[in-house]
Design a protein around this ligand. Structure first.
Ligand SMILES: [Cu+2]
Length: 174
């Protein structure tokens, strides 16, 4: 799925549109979407559904830097959350914890910064209402060089994302 997604993302724009139409009939591939701003490509922004009353949600995506100069990720915000933070999960002696990572964050040319279950992720703090599977959650990202870009997190089922489901669900009690 990840490999296939990368191929889709690197295809030419026209081809991608055609492919998008073709893939739209396959529900599990609809989330393979990507965005471009300046030298940055934002791939597969996604989230997970939340339980009723859960205060926070997660956000995953991948930032591919195809430019020549260092850029800096300055901020993220969503109309669905009071604020959006960058977090990093880690496991110490079997205990899973996460810490807040302050932006800005440097993005090196030629590198891909990946937010994924068990590692870096976005936290949507103070959700206005639960995130439901299938919803598209607006998210605005701000970069020093590449500027602002609006993307949509596609909300996936907790149990429907294969191996991603279990680390992601650790946020339930967060
Ligand atoms: Cu977190």
């Amino acid at each position: 799925m990840l490999r296939r997604h990368l191929k889709v993302a690197s295809a030419s724009a026209g081809f991608r549109v055609l492919l998008g139409v073709a893939l739209a009939t396959l529900p599990h591939l609809v989330a393979a979407h990507s965005y471009q701003t300046g030298a940055l490509q934002i791939d597969h922004p996604s989230s997970r559904e939340t339980a009723p009353g859960a205060p926070n949600g997660v956000g995953y995506l991948r930032i591919e830097h195809n430019g020549e100069q260092v850029d800096r990720w300055l901020a993220a915000e969503s109309p669905r959350a009071r604020r959006v933070e960058l977090h990093k999960s880690r496991e110490n002696d079997g205990m899973r914890s996460m810490k807040h990572v302050a932006l800005p964050l440097e993005l090196q040319p030629g590198e891909t910064f990946e937010l994924q279950p068990g590692g870096y992720h976005l936290m949507l703090m103070g959700l206005d209402r639960p995130l439901r599977a299938g919803e598209h959650v607006p998210l605005k990202l701000r970069f020093e060089r590449a500027g602002d870009i609006e993307v949509e997190l596609v909300v996936e089922e907790l149990g429907g994302a294969g191996k991603e489901a279990s680390p992601g669900s650790s946020h339930a009690g967060h």
